[in-house]
Design a protein around this ligand. Structure first.
Ligand SMILES: C[S@@+](CC[C@H](N)C(=O)[O-])C[C@H]1O[C@@H](n2cnc3c(N)ncnc32)[C@H](O)[C@@H]1O
Length: 226
């Protein structure tokens, strides 16, 4: 609308500028709060992890946890969750008899939370949550591996799993499939979907080599890793 009185127009313009400035300040303020929350709660532990390998915390859904357990239940050997978050998968694995169950997690707040959940569930002394960088832990004695990580890091993870896992190990990947491995089973839909992969035999350099699976899930397509 046209303004006839230049004085009125000027004061209206000032008011509008003030409004915009307040908005800008509010946005900057909330950005700062978000940054502080990120730096204090999510960033600790990740300082030495390259940015491209940093995966934020998102808890597995209840269904997702159920599918992971369905694909691992009854298997012997050590079970690990790489990037265990608040420990829900490790705790559920321990409760369904997968022992020992170990979670590796870099974020100390999440490690603490996981331990608290374990304590509240009466499993404090029996499940293990370690503040470790998943890229640095050895997987040579791990027979059941659960991962729920970002697609961007999965190619590198494939290399690590291929190099370190013993023959007979099973990997279950939540929400995102491993990019080049062939699953032996897939469970669930959409965000709850989980893929299972079997490692068949370790070569001289620990490389998984393509051999028929002896531990494939009934009804699933036979396939192998490597
Ligand atoms: C998508 S969340 C999954 C959490 C949990 N596995 C679950 O399913 O509920 C990924 C987790 O991996 C952790 N993480 C990311 N990079 C890591 C690293 N290099 N070492 C250990 N943990 C890591 C994150 O802190 C986060 O808790």
């Amino acid at each position: 609308m046209e303004q006839d009185d230049p004085g009125e127009a000027l004061s209206e313009l000032r008011e509008r500028r003030l409004g915009a400035l307040e908005l800008l300040q509010a946005a900057a303020g909330s950005g700062l709060v978000a940054y502080i929350a990120w730096a204090l709660l999510l960033q600790p532990g990740f300082r030495r992890v390259p940015l491209r390998l940093q995966v934020p915390y998102v808890g597995a859904s209840e269904r997702q946890v159920e599918h992971v357990l369905s694909l691992l239940r009854g298997r012997p050997g050590k079970t690990v969750d790489l990037g265990s978050g608040d420990g829900r998968i490790v705790l559920a694995a321990h409760k369904c008899g997968l022992r020992p169950a170990v979670g590796y997690e870099l974020n100390p707040w999440l490690v603490g939370l996981a331990r608290l959940h374990a304590w509240r569930a009466g499993c404090a002394g029996s499940v293990c949550y370690l503040r470790e960088d998943l890229w640095k832990v050895s997987l040579r004695d791990c027979h059941n591996v659960s991962v729920f990580l970002a697609p961007s890091v999965l190619p590198l993870l494939e290399d690590k799993l291929r190099a370190e896992l013993p023959a007979g190990a099973r990997v279950v990947s939540g929400r995102f499939p491993l990019p080049t491995w062939q699953p032996v089973a897939v469970m669930g839909e959409g965000l709850d979907r989980v893929w299972a992969y079997d490692v068949h035999s370790g070569g001289p350099n620990g490389q998984a080599s393509p051999e028929p699976s002896s531990a494939s899930v009934p009804g699933a397509p036979r396939s192998q890793v490597g």
